[in-house]
Design a protein around this ligand. Structure first.
Ligand code: PLP
Length: 411
C-alpha cells in the first residue's frame, strides 16, 4: 500500500493541529467524514449553551438582551467569523439561514443594478440557492433567470450586458470542486454585474478570500461546527454598505428598532442585513466553536486538508481500482475544497454498507459518494481506515445486502 497505517499515525503525531481534535465530541469507533454537512460538536458547546440558559436567560431574564449582548450577537459574531473568510470588522452579519441570506444578498445586488434584469444561476448549485432565486425573481416580477453550469456558459450569459448579478457556490456540494473565485469575480464585474458567492462548503474548510466579492453568504453548521441549524452569515463589501438595500426589512435591521417607528429605515452599515430576533442558543454553540477556531492557524488547516484529501484519493484509487469508482473531484488541490467525491452506479447501498461499518460519508443523487475532511478533527489514520473499509465493502460486495437498498429520508 502507498502508505501504512503506522506511517499515518506518525503523520498524526507530527500534526500541528492534533491538539484541536480533543476539542470535539466524536463517538468511538466512528470515522466521521460528514463534517461538510454537519460539523461535529465542540466539547465546549454544551457548557456554553447551558451557561446561556442558566446564567443569562435564567439569571437576568429579558435583561440579558442588554446585559449579555444578545441584541448585538449578529454583528459581534459576524466580527468573530470575518477573519475565517478574509473579511474585516463591520463586514459580516450572522443570523437566519443560508436560504434567507441568499434572498438578502441577491435582492440587494438587484437593487444596485436597477437597469439590468437578468440573474445568472448555476444548474449545478445546491438546489435551495436556485429555488430562492426563483422565488425572488417571481415575486419581484420582470426578471429573467439565465442558467449556466458552473462557469460553463458564463461568458455567453454575461455578453448581453443585461446581467445584474451572478450567484455561484465557491465549492460544488456534489463534486467538491472549487472555482477560482478571484478570476470568476473579475470576469463578472468586468461585465458590469455583481458577484454573490455562496461559501457553505468553503468557510472552515480553508482560508477564504471573500474580499473581491460584492456579497457572500454561507452557513455555520458545516465545517464551522456551529451546531444543527446554527445561523448563516452575509458578507457585504464595504463599497456597497451605504447603498445596499435588501427586501427582508425586519426590525433588527432598522436604524432605530426600539423607536418602533411605523416606517422602515435601514440601519447604518452591515447591521441592516439583520432581520429578526437572533437564535440566542444557536449563537452560543456557534461562538463556542469560534473559540476553537481562534486557536487554529488557517495555513495549517489548508495544508492538512490538502494532505488528507490527496491521501484519500491515492489510497482509494490504489485499493479500489477494480470496483468501478470514478473520481469526481479535481486532482489539483487548488481546484478542490476539503471534500473528495467518487461516483459509483450503486452509490447509495455502497454508502449504507460503509456507514454500517463505522465510516460515515454521505450520498448525493444520482451516484455520488461524498467524503468531507474537517481538518480540525480528522486524522490521517481515519483516512486510511476509511479507504480500507471502502475497499472491503466493494471487494466483498457487502452493498448487495437488501437492507441497504431502501432509501432513508435523509441521505
Ligand atoms: C448547506 C447548503 C445550504 C443550506 O441552506 P439552509 O438554508 O441552511 O438549509 C445552502 N446552499 C448551499 C450551497 C449549501 O451547501
Amino acid at each position: 500500500m502507498a502508505i501504512s497505517r503506522a506511517d499515518c499515525a506518525a503523520l498524526d503525531a507530527a500534526d500541528p493541529l492534533r491538539h484541536l481534535r480533543d476539542e470535539f465530541v466524536l463517538p468511538d469507533g466512528t470515522v466521521y467524514l460528514v463534517g461538510n454537512s454537519l460539523g461535529a460538536p465542540p466539547k465546549r458547546a454544551s457548557a456554553a449553551v447551558t451557561r446561556v440558559v442558566e446564567e443569562e436567560w435564567g439569571g437576568r431574564l429579558v435583561g440579558a438582551w442588554n446585559a449579555d449582548g444578545w441584541f448585538d450577537l449578529p454583528t459581534s459574531t459576524g466580527d468573530r467569523l470575518a477573519p475565517l473568510i478574509g473579511a474585516g470588522p463591520g463586514q459580516v452579519v450572522v443570523g437566519d439561514t443560508t436560504s434567507i441570506a441568499i434572498v438578502k444578498a441577491v435582492s440587494a445586488a438587484l437593487r444596485l443594478r436597477p437597469g439590468r434584469r437578468v440573474i445568472v444561476s448555476d444548474l449545478d448549485n445546491f438546489p435551495t440557492d436556485r429555488y430562492m432565486v426563483q422565488g425572488l425573481a417571481g415575486a419581484l416580477g420582470g426578471y429573467e433567470i439565465r442558467d449556466v453550469r458552473g462557469t460553463e456558459g458564463l461568458d455567453e450569459a454575461l455578453a448581453g450586458g443585461d446581467v445584474a448579478c451572478v450567484l455561484l457556490s465557491e465549492v460544488d456540494y456534489r463534486t467538491g470542486n472549487r472555482h477560482d473565485t478571484a478570476e470568476v469575480t473579475a470576469r463578472v464585474q468586468a461585465a458590469g454585474a455583481l458577484m454573490v458567492w455562496d461559501l457553505c462548503h468553503s468557510a472552515g474548510a480553508y482560508q477564504v478570500d471573500v474580499s473581491p466579492a460584492d456579497f457572500a453568504v454561507g452557513c455555520t453548521y458545516k465545517y464551522l461546527n456551529g451546531g444543527p441549524g446554527s445561523p448563516a452569515f452575509v458578507y457585504v463589501h464595504p463599497r456597497h454598505q451605504a447603498d445596499a438595500e435588501h427586501i427582508l426589512t425586519g426590525w433588527h435591521g432598522h436604524a432605530a428598532p426600539f423607536a418602533f417607528e411605523p416606517g422602515y429605515r435601514p440601519a447604518e452599515g452591515v447591521r441592516r442585513f439583520a432581520v429578526s430576533t437572533p437564535h440566542v442558543l444557536s449563537f452560543a454553540s456557534l461562538n463556542a466553536s469560534l473559540d476553537v477556531w481562534e486557536r487554529a492557524d488557517l495555513a495549517e488547516v489548508r495544508a492538512k486538508s490538502v494532505a488528507l484529501t490527496s491521501l484519500f484519493i491515492d489510497l482509494v484509487e490504489e485499493l479500489c481500482a477494480p470496483y468501478g469508482l470514478g473520481l469526481a473531484t479535481s486532482r489539483d488541490p487548488e481546484r478542490r475544497g476539503s471534500q473528495v467525491s467518487f461516483t459509483h452506479p450503486e452509490g447509495y447501498p455502497v454508502m449504507r454498507a460503509l456507514i454500517d461499518r463505522g465510516v460515515h460519508g454521505d450520498f448525493r443523487a444520482p451516484d455520488i459518494l461524498r467524503f468531507g475532511f474537517a481538518p480540525l478533527y480528522i486524522r490521517h489514520v481515519d483516512v486510511h481506515d476509511a479507504a480500507v473499509t471502502l475497499a472491503e465493502v466493494l471487494e466483498k460486495e457487502h452493498w448487495r445486502d437488501e437492507r441497504y437498498r431502501r432509501r432513508l429520508a435523509v441521505t
